[in-house]
Design a protein around this ligand. Structure first.
Ligand code: PEP
Ligand code: MG
Length: 541
C-alpha cells in the first residue's frame, strides 16, 4: 500500500480505480510539406479508425443506455462521411500543402464555427461534437491512446493540476474524486469539486504515474489517499462511507422545512451553480433559489463564444425550472484563473488584479450586450436578477446599468417580452465595501463574494498554494467588512447575501445571522446541512 497526503477540499470518502488525467497537447506545425500524398493517406487512415471507434461506441452504448443516448456516436461516425467536411480537409492538404494534423484542425474548426453561428440551438450544440471528433482524429494522428475502454467507469482522477476550464468539462457521473499535485483551497477548481460534492485532495506531492488503474481510497477526512489499500482499511473506510451516506439521507427530512432559527428568524438559503446541468442537485437539496449562477461556466463549456440564443436557452432552462423562486445570474466573470482561448486575453503579470469580469464587459460592449440581452429575454420566464462582479466604483455600476437599459430599449423596440429583473452587485473588493452606502443607492441587492474579498483584503493570491498557510478565512478584517456591507445595504433598502464559500461555513452561521444577513448562497450539497444549523440556533440567548 502507498499513502499520499495533501490538503482536503471536502470531508468525504471516495473508493475506486485511479485514472491519470493528462491534458493532450497538439503541437501542430504550420510548415508546409513537399508531397501531400502521404498526408492524404494518413488522414484517410485516421478517418477510418475514428469512424470504426465511433461505431463500436455506438454498439456498446445501445446495450448500456439505449438507442436514443447512443445516437450521438452514430452522428459522430456519419460526420466522417460528410463530403463538405472531407473536401475541405483534403483541399487544405492538397492545395495548401499542409500536414494532415493542420488540415484536420483547420477543417473541423471551420465546420464547428459554421454550426455555432446558426440560430437553431440544436445545431449550435453540434459545434462541440465537431470539435470532439476533430480531437479524436488528432489523437490518432498524434498516436495518443484512443481506446475508449474503461473511460466510462467511474474513477478517482489524478492530475498534476486542473484548470477550471478542464474541471468543468469532466463528466460528473464518472468522477468519484480528484487528486492534484498543485492547486489551492480557494481556487475555482476546489470550488467546483465542492459543488460536485466529490472529495478532492490537492497539493498531494506523492502522486505517481504508476498509480494508474490501481484501486485507491481518497480519505477526505484525513487528507490522504491510500493506493492498493489493505483489505482491513478498505473494509473500515467502506463502513465510514456508508455511514456518511446514511447521515446525508437523514438530512433529507429537512426538505420542505423553513430556514428558521429557534427564536423565529428566517433567512433564505440559496444555491450556487455553474449551469443548467447543476439543477438536479439544486432540486434534490431543496434550495429556495439560485443566489449565484456563475455564468462564465457557460462560456468555459462552449467551444466558441456562445451566441445570444445559446445563452438565452441556458438561462431560460434554469429560470423556468426554478420559477417562481429567484435566480441570480452573475454576468461573465472571466479572467484571472478562468481563461478561455477564444477570448484571446493577453497573459498578465497579476491576473487577479487585471483585466477581468466587468472590466472586460465594459470594454467589449458587443460581448456584454449579447449576455444582457439573453438575460433580459430569460426574465420573461420566471423570477430573475442580474448581478455584476468585481465592482470597485459607482461609475462602473452606472455604466453597467446604462448598457442594460440600452439592451432593454432595443428588445422592447423589437417587441420582445421582458419580465421584472432585479439588479445587484457583488461586494468582493475592499473598495466596494468602503463605498457600500453610495453603491446601495444604485442597486436592489448586494451579494458578498468572500473568496475574492478575502484575497483582496488580506493581499493573498487565492491561486497561490504557498499562501494557504497564511490564509485566515475568518480574518477579523473580512468579518468587519461583511458587517459594514450588511449595515450599509440595509440603510438603503438593499437585501444582502453571501455567495462566497464562507456562506457554507457552519461555524460562522450564527455570526452571520447576528449581523443580519438576509441570504446565504452555498453549494447545493451544503443547503440541507446549513438548514439544520440555522434551525439549531437561538439568537435570543
Ligand atoms: C467570490 O469571489 O466569493 C465569488 C463568489 O466569486 P468567485 O469565487 O467565482 O470569484
Ligand atoms: Mg469572485
Amino acid at each position: 500500500m502507498q499513502v499520499g497526503t495533501g490538503t482536503s477540499v471536502l470531508n468525504r470518502i471516495a473508493i475506486g480505480k485511479i485514472r491519470i488525467f493528462k491534458p493532450k497537447e497538439y503541437n501542430i506545425s504550420e510548415e508546409t510539406v513537399a508531397d501531400p500524398i502521404p498526408e492524404l493517406d494518413r488522414f484517410e487512415k485516421a478517418r477510418v479508425k475514428v469512424q470504426e471507434e465511433q461505431r463500436e461506441l455506438y454498439d456498446k452504448a445501445v446495450i448500456a443506455a439505449g438507442e436514443e443516448t447512443a445516437a450521438i456516436f452514430e452522428f459522430h461516425a456519419d460526420m466522417l462521411d460528410d463530403d463538405d467536411l472531407l473536401d475541405s480537409v483534403k483541399s487544405i492538404i492538397v492545395e495548401q500543402n499542409h500536414t494532415a494534423e493542420y488540415a484536420v484542425r483547420q477543417g473541423f474548426a471551420n465546420m464547428a464555427q459554421m454550426f455555432s453561428d446558426m440560430d437553431d440551438p440544436y445545431f449550435q450544440a453540434r459545434s462541440a461534437d465537431v470539435l470532439d471528433v476533430g480531437n479524436s482524429m488528432l489523437d490518432v494522428l498524434f498516436g495518443y491512446d484512443t481506446k475508449a475502454d474503461d473511460k466510462d467507469e467511474p474513477c478517482i482522477l489524478v492530475a498534476e493540476d486542473l484548470a477550471p476550464s478542464e474541471t468543468v468539462k469532466l463528466d460528473k457521473s464518472l468522477l468519484l474524486g480528484m487528486i492534484t499535485r498543485e492547486g489551492s483551497t480557494n481556487s475555482h477548481t476546489a470550488i467546483l469539486a465542492r459543488s460536485m460534492n466529490v472529495p478532492a485532495l490537492i497539493q498531494c506531492k506523492q502522486i505517481d504515474e504508476s498509480w494508474d488503474g490501481k484501486t485507491a481510497i481518497l480519505d477526505g477526512y484525513n487528507a490522504c489517499v491510500y493506493v492498493d489499500p489493505t483489505e482491513d482499511l478498505l473494509k473500515s473506510l467502506k463502513e465510514k462511507q456508508a455511514e456518511d451516506i446514511r447521515k446525508e439521507s437523514l438530512l433529507l427530512d429537512l426538505k420542505g422545512k423553513s430556514n428558521t432559527t429557534i427564536d423565529g428568524k428566517t433567512i433564505k438559503v440559496y444555491a450556487n451553480i455553474g449551469g443548467p446541468d447543476d439543477m438536479g442537485a439544486v432540486q434534490a437539496n431543496d434550495a429556495e433559489g439560485i443566489g449565484l449562477f456563475r455564468s462564465e461556466f457557460v462560456y468555459l463549456n462552449s467551444p466558441s463564444d456562445p451566441s445570444e440564443e445559446t445563452q438565452f436557452q441556458a438561462y431560460k432552462r434554469v429560470v423556468e425550472t426554478m420559477a417562481p423562486k429567484l435566480v441570480v445570474i452573475r454576468t461573465c466573470d472571466i479572467g484571472a484563473d478562468k481563461t478561455i482561448d477564444y477570448m484571446k486575453l493577453a497573459q498578465e503579470e497579476n491576473p487577479a488584479l487585471g483585466y477581468r469580469a466587468v472590466r472586460i464587459c465594459l470594454t467589449r460592449k458587443d460581448f456584454f450586450k449579447r449576455q444582457l440581452r439573453a438575460i433580459l429575454r430569460a426574465s420573461a420566464f420566471g423570477n430573475l436578477a442580474v448581478m455584476f462582479p468585481m465592482i470597485t466604483s459607482v461609475r462602473e455600476v452606472r455604466e453597467c446599468k446604462e448598457i442594460l437599459n440600452e439592451c432593454r430599449r432595443e428588445l422592447e423596440n423589437e417587441g420582445v417580452k421582458i419580465g421584472k429583473l432585479q439588479v445587484g452587485i457583488m461586494i468582493e473588493t475592499p473598495a466596494a465595501v468602503m463605498c457600500a452606502d453610495e453603491l446601495a443607492e444604485e442597486v436592489e441587492f448586494f451579494s458578498l463574494g468572500t473568496n475574492d474579498l478575502t484575497q483582496y483584503t488580506c493581499a493573498i493570491d487565492r491561486q497561490n498554494a504557498m499562501l494557504d498557510p497564511f490564509m485566515d478565512t475568518h480574518h477579523p478584517a473580512v468579518l468587519k467588512e461583511i458587517q459594514m456591507t450588511i449595515e450599509a445595504g440595509h440603510r438603503h433598502g438593499c437585501w444582502v447575501g453571501i455567495c462566497g464559500e464562507l456562506g457554507a461555513d457552519l461555524t460562522l452561521t450564527e455570526t452571520f445571522l447576528r449581523m443580519g444577513v438576509d441570504e446565504l448562497s452555498v453549494n447545493a450539497s451544503s443547503v440541507l446541512p446549513l438548514r439544520k444549523q440555522i434551525r439549531s440556533i437561538d439568537l435570543s440567548k
